[in-house]
Design a protein around this ligand. Structure first.
Ligand code: BES
Ligand code: ZN
Ligand code: ZN
Length: 481
């Protein structure tokens, strides 16, 4: 990973450096010659650009001028995007480090620039045989800026690690990521953080009567897992935990209602919710956030064999409620529902789900935001929305009216697992709500989890969207942001 390193004394500037300046009039005295100064000014006027490169042969200087866009959220997003452009430029130099020298801009803007560089510099090269040639050599960004301290830099490094971790899991194909491999992989990565990890195997899941998870798993030759992660620091601000529940469908074929055409292409990403929640709790523990957090990660693939569930089957859930399965492709809500009723044991202050739950959410707002719903958690939702603006992982809150719950009542069981086509993201949320008795926020990340084409620092493939959002939320709950 590309890590950030805070410089405590002014660095030697005659090396590869990114200068961040409010205005060309601010150019440090004596740094550039008149010709270069003229070039910088002309470039800024001519090309509608905010970045100017000066190549001095032994080293390269980049001059970056934060654009004058309205609003802090957009300013910071522009910084991240500029970071992404710069990291691509710098990777051509094949140098291991670069200095960011903040001459006259906001420290926060520089941090966002560096964040965009690190996240834009993510690569998933595991399966490329020419990975050595493709590998970006840059591994350190040295920052010199007033108004930054080591703790902020450490927090950003840990958070960036968490985003990398999430992307790595999501990009991994199911051939190397069964439910067991996912659970064990997470447990291994968290082993140094002080997080308590417990992986329930199929026998334990059966003894807990998690009928939803077991029903989805029936068509699979791989056993399911249910992972419980706990970060409980002594100085936690909350007595009752915040619980993060993540959908861990390691591959979604659709089951008997099989996905046709290209709809199955990216379904290795259907465990993004689980990867997101594991990464968020990792970041919380690695930065020692004083907040009590639990993550619950039900996991299985959704496949077909002669034992697979079919339409019309009625199952009994962990909560005791019965569900008529009318579409085997609506499997995520079945495994999440068991985790949500299990969460009741902890008397949580808030439960948040993250799930690639419905195509309906993605169709409604595309890839530009996360679809969210809440019950008994309007204040927390407000806070989450603010975090969404800060980190530019924005939230669109959907209505969550009682009428939608009417649409998933079954003729022969308590609930059915699908409603009508219209409002599909909301009826899925209502299904989940039926298994809760606490403040609840549901995030449908189907639209944001994966970028078909490269989307700036969000990269191509797994984006890790949701990790920065929820970390920022937990940091606010902990009073550390
Ligand atoms: N994993 C899918 C949702 C999905 C679709 C995620 C596209 C990412 C991209 C989910 O399990 C699913 O298949 N949902 C169905 C529900 C329907 C059968 C009610 C859907 O959205 O079509
Ligand atoms: Zn499905
Ligand atoms: Zn799914």
């Amino acid at each position: 990973m590309i890590t950030l390193d805070l410089l405590l004394s002014k660095p030697d500037l005659h090396t590869n450096t990114i200068f961040v300046l409010r205005h060309p009039d601010d150019l440090p005295a004596g740094l550039v010659n008149t010709e270069e100064a003229g070039y910088i000014r002309r470039s800024l006027e001519d090309k509608n650009t905010t970045t100017v490169e000066i190549n001095r042969y032994d080293y390269v200087w980049y001059f970056v001028f934060p654009a004058d866009v309205a609003g802090e959220s957009l300013q910071l997003e522009k910084a991240r995007k500029t970071g992404d452009i710069l990291v691509k430029e710098i990777s051509r130099l094949k140098v291991p480090e670069i200095t960011v020298y903040n001459h006259s801009a906001d420290a926060e803007w520089c941090m966002a620039l560096a964040e965009g560089m690190t996240l834009g510099g993510y690569q998933f090269l595991k399966y490329k045989t020419d990975r050595d040639e493709k590998l970006i050599r840059l591994n350190t960004i040295k920052i010199w800026s007033e108004g930054l301290n080591n703790r902020q830099i450490m927090m950003k490094n840990r958070l960036n690690e968490a985003v990398y971790m999430c992307r790595d899991f999501v990009n991994e194909p199911v051939i190397n990521l069964s439910a067991t491999q996912l659970a064990e992989g997470i447990s291994e990565l968290l082993s140094t953080t002080g997080i308590k990890t417990e992986i329930f195997n199929k026998k334990k899941i059966e003894s807990l009567k998690m009928g939803g998870l077991l029903a989805v798993n029936r068509g699979s030759s791989e056993p399911p897992t249910f992972t419980v992660l706990e970060w409980k620091p002594e100085n936690a601000v909350n007595e009752n935990p915040v619980i993060l529940v993540g959908k861990g469908v390691t591959f979604d074929t659709g089951g008997m209602n099989i996905k046709t055409g290209s709809f199955m292409d990216h379904m290795k990403t259907d465990m993004t919710g689980a990867a997101t929640m594991a990464s968020v709790i990792y970041a919380a523990a690695a930065t020692r956030l004083p907040v009590y957090v639990i993550a619950l990660l039900p996991a299985t693939d959704n496949r077909i064999n002669s034992d697979a569930v079919v339409s019309g089957d009625v199952i009994e859930m962990h909560s005791g409620k019965t569900v008529e399965i009318l579409n085997t492709d609506a499997e995520g809500r079945l495994i999440l529902a068991d985790a949500l009723s299990y969460a009741q044991n902890y008397n949580p202050m808030l439960v948040i789900t993250a799930a690639t739950l419905t195509g309906s959410a993605a169709r409604a707002i595309g890839r530009f935001g996360i679809v969210a719903m809440q019950a008994k958690a309007s204040e927390q939702m407000q806070l989450l929305k603010e975090c969404g603006e800060d980190v530019y992982e924005r939230i669109a809150e959907f209505p969550f009216w009682d009428e939608y719950a009417e649409l998933i009542k079954s003729d022969i069981a308590d609930l059915k697992n699908v409603g009508p086509l219209e409002g599909g993201a909301i009826t899925a949320g209502k299904f989940l709500e039926a298994f809760t008795n606490y403040p609840f926020i549901h995030l449908d990340i189907a639209g944001t989890s994966y970028a078909e084409k490269r989307d700036s620092y969000r990269n191509q493939g797994a984006t890790g969207t949701g990790v920065r959002l929820l970390f920022s939320f937990l940091a606010k709950v902990a009073g550390k942001a």
